[in-house]
Design a protein around this ligand. Structure first.
Ligand SMILES: Cc1cc2nc3c(=O)[nH]c(=O)nc-3n(C[C@H](O)[C@H](O)[C@H](O)COP(=O)(O)OP(=O)(O)OC[C@H]3O[C@@H](n4cnc5c(N)ncnc54)[C@H](O)[C@@H]3O)c2cc1C
Length: 403
């Protein structure tokens, strides 16, 4: 068995890296060191959704309750509307058993809550990975501050520009979606008293706008997706122009209540929307990937954090099964094999959802788009929300034991 003397380095202290650190410690009982380039964890970002499939992972890790306390559970299903605010369909927001509802989380809060579950002495801030290299029976990591060390295994949870991924394969080219997002939060106290405490999406031609509550409803998250040929980087913190956002959704073609919401916005960030094609492998020897580094996806399925959580717990179960450090490479290989297909489907379906919301491509026919959106609600519930990553890992492990 791997044990608490088995040393694993997690590179990246985002949602994926932190969940991995918790899962590897609590389930695989290995010694984790988490390296993060920033001087502080999670000070940037707007809203993310922790969906039922992500919550099942957190519950298994005894970390769900603090997340729910820091987040906001909407009053009911979200709404997809046309640009004028006419309802097209309601959205899936809970699993079939009605046990878990989507929780809107301010990303800095989510990172903070998860970081509290990780032993502080295992976190190294201000460590930017510069090199990762496989040795005969270990992996050497080097950082820009001169620090270096060797570990039994290394997990790259270092996001879309992953340095760890670069050490494993040719760098996949980011694919630009053709859209940028204006995103941020507003103080919910500014909203009219009867503002619905649910997720709402207004869909116009080529663009859409989404909002939902965060932080026990004290904040409201918003994202406006608009087409752009501007060569924006996939930055999380580039300030944008509120007036440009307002102009994108201004005029009689857009719902008055949406325009009033946008009037309340006093700052915004913009973000070029990129993903990459599904990778053909995530692991080599004792090095593997997790979260955005393994499967960057567009945000339209709301699954970025949830897939990273599913990866993290799956990896922990496979690592726990390894019979000593010499089996880490096999554990990583098996983890990759069972995660790759699901995340590739979601990378593609996130693109597809973007086209639906923007009435593009095959969804330019609005009737077909609306019917598809309605049917997609059941897909989200059964395929996304009902998915139990632990049960899937246990099933896969059983199959492997028979080999
Ligand atoms: C700053 C930031 C803000 C975000 N805001 C939003 C948002 O508002 N809405 C949304 O839907 N999604 C947002 N995301 C993305 C979302 O959090 C991810 O899609 C999802 O959580 C999967 O996370 P991840 O842990 O795989 O990657 P990420 O969340 O990207 O985390 C990667 C971590 O690795 C660190 N890192 C990168 N390179 C190195 C290196 N060489 N050495 C050490 N550490 C490194 C990064 O600083 C980061 O903390 C944001 C991501 C980041 C990094």
């Amino acid at each position: 068995m791997v044990s608490h003397t088995t040393r694993i380095a997690v590179i990246g202290g985002g949602v994926g890296g932190l969940t991995a650190a918790i899962a590897l410690t609590r389930i695989a009982d290995v010694q984790v060191t988490l390296f993060e380039q920033a001087a502080e964890l999670g000070d940037v970002g707007a809203g993310v959704t922790v969906a039922p499939n992500g919550q099942r992972v957190l519950e298994k890790l005894d970390a769900l309750e603090p997340v729910k306390r820091a987040g906001a559970i909407p009053d009911g299903p979200g709404l997809y509307m046309d640009a004028l605010g006419n309802v097209v369909t309601d959205a899936a927001w809970e699993d079939t058993a009605k046990q878990y509802q989507n929780v809107g989380m301010y990303r800095p809060d989510l990172v903070d809550v998860l970081a509290r579950e990780v032993a502080p002495e295992s976190v190294r801030l201000g460590h930017r990975l510069t090199s990762v290299r496989a040795l005969d029976e270990s992996v050497r990591v080097e950082f820009d501050n001169g620090f270096h060390d060797e570990f039994d295994g290394v997990i790259g949870a270092d996001g879309i520009h992953s340095r760890v991924r670069d050490s494993l394969m040719d760098v996949p080219r980011p694919v630009y979606s053709g859209s940028i997002a204006y995103r941020g939060v507003i103080d919910a106290a500014l909203l009219p008293k009867d503002w619905p405490m649910i997720s709402q999406v207004w869909m116009g031609e080529g663009k859409h706008f989404m909002c939902y509550p965060l932080q026990q409803r004290r904040l409201f998250n918003y994202v406006g997706f608009v087409p752009s040929t501007r060569p924006l980087k996939e930055s999380w913190s580039a300030p944008g122009e509120v007036s440009e956002l307002a102009a994108e959704f201004g005029g009689e073609k857009w719902d008055l209540s949406l325009r009033r919401f946008i009037d309340l916005i006093d700052h915004t960030f913009w973000w070029g929307l990129y993903d990459h094609e599904p990778l053909s492998n995530w692991s080599r020897g004792r090095i593997t990937l997790l979260g955005d580094s393994a499967h960057t996806m567009l945000p339209h399925a709301g699954q970025g954090v949830n897939q990273a959580m599913e990866d993290a717990i799956t990896l922990a179960f496979f690592l726990r099964e390894a019979d000593g450090a010499h089996e880490i490479a096999e554990a990583f290989k098996r983890y990759t094999a069972i995660r790759m297909q699901r995340t590739a489907i979601l990378q593609n379906s996130s693109r597809r959802s973007g086209s639906q919301f923007d009435a593009q491509n095959e969804f330019a026919d609005i009737k077909k788009r609306d019917a598809d959106l309605h049917a997609g609600r059941d897909f989200r519930r059964s395929v996304l929300f009902d998915f139990d990553a632990v049960a899937a890992a246990e099933r896969a492990l059983k199959r492997y034991r028979r080999i």
